[in-house]
Ligand binder design. Sequence first.
Ligand code: GLN
Length: 489
Amino acid sequence: MDFQHSTIHELADLLAQGKTSAVQMLDDFLARIEEKDSKIGAFIRIDRDAARKAAEESDKRRAEGKALSPYDGILIGIKDCISVKNDYIASASQILSNVISPYDSTVVERLKAKGFIPFGRLNMDEFAMGSSCENSSFLKTHNPFDTDCVPGGSSGGSAAAVAARFVPAALGSDTGGSIRQPAAFCGIVGLKPTYGLVSRNGLVAFASSLDQIGPMTQDVEDSAIILECIAGKDKMDSTSLPVEPKEYIKAVKNAPADLKGVKIGLPKQYFEAPGMSDAMKKGCDEAIALLKSLGAELVEVDMPHTKYAVAVYYILATAEASANLARFDGIRYGKRVPDKDLLETYLESRGQGFGEEVQRRILLGTYVLSSGYYDAYYLKAQKVRTLIRQDFTEAAKKCDVIFTPVTPDVAFKFGAKSDPLSMYLSDIFTIALNLSGNCGISVPACIDEKSGLPIGMQFIAPALEEEKLLSIAAVFEKNRACKEIFPEL
Ligand code: GLN
């Protein structure tokens, strides 16, 4: 049986009807990975024995009428920075390449409680720092739509694996766009939940005030399914919000036929940004025309501080990263350069263990926090972060959701952004949302005819309004002209 084009909800139906089993699905996905992942490079590794054992246990439960949920037995790919008990947790870094996680992250624990099977370690930029997956210290991941192009980053392995149908869905993490941008580059759906809605316990920290785990899926309904499973208060994460998950699946299933009565805000700063390609402009025009034809009321919103978002992010994210990564010193765990005195052990373990981009960010972050520069950079950036957040609050008074492109252009070729600044600037449409903390989703809109690459559009909603966000995104998804967005591999 070919499950490759089946979503989580379709697989759940097949399981319920007895048309497949967890073991059969596992074999099918493994065969496809075996055949095609050498071209894509989505996985760092797969623990086949653990997956098989979990699939057999799931089938046994189902046979006994004890399935944990409709999703019992369905695989979910895991980004390499999210811990799964007894599996490697390297965050695609050499310094952690020998570390095995002694515990499950809260998200994985919650997925397992519903019978989902965490599957494989998906490639990413080292410590989630990057937009192309080129910063992984392990391997290159290719875009399934064009293997000369990057899949985006940092959750590039997750996006490529879902797009290539190596897994029905995956988890990613988003600090400045790392779920939404690779989702857009690979033609899948990527949801960044409200900060604090999903526990960060067991996520390797990059920038703790920005990081969020979220689903990367074939459609909006699958994102709702995963979110409903992983969201909600967690005593293991003091920044997790004291809320219970809402009925996201119901919100998608009961989505209206059109967008009549929905106010959609178009921030001019996002559509007039420098570096927007013709392909993206065309994609935006078509998407806006679709929203109009669905009856949405389009209103212009002003987000005047958008232009500072990249600068603010690269001060705050690097500052937080420099503090978070201080714990990797070669002493307590991770790789150690042997036979050195204490200072040399620190210096050489970190010097050899961290890649170039990670070192650059540690240096930048340490600099902006250092005495004499703290006020000029870090403190000022915090103040501008408040202004950026206010832009979203003001915009929310005028509309239900905001609509923007995800990226200024389609996926780029390997090496095309070797200058770090040009790479940083490509995050221009995703970063502000992490600074403000509210939720956003990237939904495939169409395929650019010239390059054959997907174009994604982003909906943004106020904090904790994921139901509204998902429901509107589902209407857009259902009505887009381009129905089938997946690559021929
Ligand atoms: N591309 C951004 C960066 O390099 C965002 C990464 C992320 O969201 N993890 O920091």
